[in-house]
Design a protein around this ligand. Structure first.
Ligand code: SAM
Length: 256
C-alpha cells in the first residue's frame, strides 16, 4: 500500500540509510541509494544499454521480475505502463527496499518473498518475465530456467547473467563422437564454471557460464533468443522446450 502523503527529502534520506546497504543505486527524488556502487551508476548504466530492446509501451501487459532486488527494473516496467508488475526475491531485506522505492516513486507494484524454485506456487503466467542477474547465484541454474518455462513465462523473457571465459560462440552440433575430446578444450564450446567457494568475495556465486553456455542453456530450456541486446542481456521468446527438457522427471519404472 503506497503512502498518501509525499515523502520529504529528509525522510527519504533517513529511510535509505536505515534500509541499507543497497545493491541498486536508485534515484529517489534526488537521494541516491548506492552512490559508491563498484559498477558505477548501477543498474541505470546497464539499463541504458538494452532499454531499446524492450517494448516502450507495456500497456495491459503483466510483468514478473525474478530476483527483483530493490526494484529498479520493476519500477521501469511500471513506467512503461505495465498493468501488473510482480517482483519476487528470496531476500526480505531487498524486498523492503523495493517496497519503499516503489512507494517513493509512486509505482503500484506487488513485491513478494518467493524463490525462483517456488515459481509453481504462483499459478500464473506473465507476458514479460525478467530473469536478470540471478542465474549465477543459483546452485541449480538450469532447473530455474526450466521452472520459468514450465510455470510463468507466456511470451517474452529478458535474461542476463554474468559471463566469464570466451565470448566466441561455435555452432552446436546435434551429436559428438565419444572420442572427440578436443571439443572440451575449445573456449567457444559451452562451459559452466563452478565456483566452490567465492568469486568477487561473494559466496552466492556458484556457476558462471561463458557466452556459448548462457545461450545454449536458454535454448535448451525452451527460449529462442531473438536479440542479444547487450553483452550479457538476451531477449527471448518462449517456444516449445526440446525433447528431454523440463523441470520434472518423468515417473520412471511405472507401467505406461
Ligand atoms: C545480482 S542481484 C540482481 C538484481 C536485479 N535483478 C538486477 O539485475 O539488477 C541478484 C538478486 O537475486 C536474488 N536471488 C538470489 N537467489 C534467489 C532465488 N533463489 N530466488 C529469487 N531471488 C533470488 C538476490 O536476493 C538478489 O536480489
Amino acid at each position: 500500500m503506497n503512502r498518501i502523503q509525499p515523502w520529504s527529502r529528509e525522510e527519504i534520506q533517513q529511510r535509505v540509510e536505515a534500509l541499507g546497504p543497497w545493491f541498486h543505486n536508485l534515484d529517489l527524488q534526488g537521494v541516491r541509494t548506492a552512490p559508491e556502487h563498484f559498477l558505477g551508476d548501477y543498474p541505470a548504466i546497464k539499463w541504458g544499454r538494452f532499454a531499446h530492446a524492450i517494448p516502450q509501451d507495456l500497456t495491459g501487459l503483466s510483468v514478473l521480475d525474478i530476483g527483483c532486488n530493490a526494484g529498479f527494473y520493476s519500477i521501469e516496467m511500471k513506467r512503461r505502463g505495465a498493468e501488473r508488475v510482480l517482483g519476487i526475491d528470496s531476500d526480505e531485506e531487498y524486498l523492503e527496499q523495493a517496497r519503499f522505492a516503489a512507494d517513493v516513486s509512486g509505482a503500484r507494484i506487488e513485491f513478494r518473498k518467493l524463490s525462483v524454485y517456488d515459481l509453481g506456487a504462483l499459478g500464473e503466467r506473465f507476458d514479460l518475465v525478467l530473469f536478470m542477474g540471478v542465474l549465477y547465484h543459483l546452485r541449480h541454474p538450469l532447473l530455474a530456467l526450466d521452472l520459468i518455462h514450465e510455470h510463468v513465462a507466456r511470451d517474452l523473457l529478458v535474461f542476463q547473467s554474468m559471463q566469464r571465459g570466451a565470448s566466441t560462440v561455435e555452432p552446436v552440433l546435434e551429436d559428438y563422437e565419444f572420442w572427440d575430446e578436443a571439443l572440451f578444450d575449445r573456449p567457444s564450446f559451452p562451459r559452466l564454471h563452478f565456483i566452490e567457494h567465492r568469486y568477487a568475495h561473494d559466496p552466492t556465486n556458484w556457476w558462471v557460464p561463458n557466452r556459448a553456455c548462457a545461450e545454449a542453456m536458454l535454448r535448451s530450456a525452451g527460449f529462442a533468443i531473438t536479440e542479444r541486446a547487450e553483452d550479457e542481456v538476451y531477449v527471448c521468446r518462449r517456444v516449445d522446450a526440446p525433447d528431454g527438457a523440463g523441470a520434472v522427471y518423468p515417473a520412471r519404472g511405472r507401467e505406461p
